[in-house]
Design a protein around this ligand. Sequence first.
Ligand code: ADP
Ligand code: MG
Length: 269
Amino acid sequence: MTRIIGIASAKGGVGKTTVASNLGIALYTEFNIDTILVDANFTASHLGLHLGMYYFPTTFNTVLAGKAKMEESIYRHISGVRFVPASLNLEDLVEVDTRKIKRAIKRLKGKTDIVFIDCAAGLGKEALLMMKVCDELLIVANPELPSIMDAKKVSQVAEGIGCKVLGIVLNRVRHSPYELTPREIEEQTQLPILAIIPEDSLVQKSILYKMPAVMLDPDAALSIEFKKLAARIVGKEYKPKILRKSLIDDVSRSLKRIFIGGLTTFRRI
Ligand code: ADP
Ligand code: MG
């Protein structure tokens, strides 16, 4: 049976898309669990950017505008993970009919093991609609009081509409003395912390190199935490494989083309 798991947060920029892309790839490559990632954040649709793919003839917006079937908006990433991107064009926002969301997501049932929905931040209409579609929810938060208080609110709303909250993915943890500790966060929210993902510039590198962190540097501490989270989601144990070579050196030595907004620029990285 296909699990529909939302990835939500109270505010933007906490790491939902980073978690969605790395978690999906970790599940597919480490545990052979098929996943489809759906970008349901129409105003900050960054999933394609995190996966290094920018141009799509059909997107989730096209589906919600009634111009394509959900199946026609599924793409395969080089990692093997499939995903449904949302459009980066502002004009495509206008035609989105959010009433079609439920039916569109239901069409993915039976086609994969897990659908991860990269939700819009907050408790606005878009975010609430997605929570109604999800069976389960992961809440991404940073170890700061405002982020944690808001995570609690998201959790209460989700539970209220029948969406089971699995717990918190704590992201950008620096272990600074000013951060809330995992114990404090669990006490405050009454939710389990499912993963402690460190602050690591590998995330920025991975976006620049167009390859999610778990692929770019599979043995980095950050990547290992994503794999442990993947294991936890499917009730398996993560056993580290023999150390693999980081791709960073190879990639950084090469001259790479970076496509941004239709412009082709060359950067030495
Ligand atoms: P959201 O989807 O919640 O808006 P993103 O996943 O796009 O957030 O993350 C926003 C930005 O934060 C990323 O582009 C990246 O620069 C940074 N970031 C996210 N997670 C980490 C991390 N663990 N370490 C360092 N930077 C991170
Ligand atoms: Mg995002």
